[in-house]
Design a protein. Structure first.
Length: 218
């Protein structure tokens, strides 16, 4: 039985000294990624955290990030930025949507979230200026699998293969959209993919590979 946090978060030494830079399929730089974790949540910062940000907190609206919470049973999607609009973010359900089981014990049945409402906030989590309830439509379905190792580019120019990465697949919008989150032990979140359903076939719409390691951690 493996703790899924060993995939979803980088090692302490890596997080303290490095972060990841995103690159798309065309080689264009996308957002960077810093990861911090405490006893209740994981925060994936998508812009440079303010000094002293190693103490994990919920997102500041001017700091785009994803927040996953967790307990002894599940990891939950809790919060993300809202289309990169300054000061706006989304919170999933009342306490988040089930994203993955906490413990990997072999084959895992897909997790289905029937209530896919989320609230869009403008302002801070403590003082939301406004909010609106929306829905992705239909159930959200999460499933697990493993994939081939990925190549990571270190600051000294060398490339290193990861261990077999974990892939969490997340289908939403009446299953018309599919996201894949790829995580590797020691590195944490290393890839994101967005697929769109067209004529019964999923086609890759966007992808960010967080495979460029940059000095400077939390």
């Amino acid at each position: 039985m493996k703790d899924i946090l060993n995939y979803l978060t980088p090692s302490q030494g890596f997080a303290a000294n490095y972060h990841l830079q995103g690159v798309d399929q065309a080689g264009k730089l996308r957002n960077p990624l810093w990861t911090a974790c405490d006893a209740e949540k994981i925060v994936y910062y998508k812009s440079a955290p303010s000094p002293g940000a190693a103490g994990v907190r919920l997102a500041e609206p001017t700091m785009p990030c994803d927040v996953n919470t967790y307990d002894d049973k599940y990891v939950y999607l809790y919060q993300t930025e809202n289309n990169w609009i300054p000061g706006s973010y989304k919170q999933y359900g009342l306490n988040g949507w089930r994203f993955a089981p906490r413990w990997l014990t072999g084959s895992v049945e897909p997790l289905v979230t029937t209530d896919t409402t989320y609230r869009v906030y403008q302002g801070t989590p403590e003082k939301p200026l406004s909010s609106v309830v929306e829905t992705l439509g239909g159930p959200a379905v999460m499933s697990l699998g493993f994939d081939t190792p990925r190549r990571m580019n270190w600051p000294d120019g060398r490339w290193e293969l990861t261990a077999e990465p974990l892939v969490i697949t997340y289908q939403w919008g009446n299953l018309g959209s599919m996201e894949k989150f790829v995580y590797a032990p020691g590195y944490g979140w290393i890839e994101w993919q967005l697929w769109k359903l067209s004529n019964g076939i999923y086609l890759l719409s966007d992808m960010v590979m967080f495979n460029k390691i940059v000095a400077g951690g939390l």
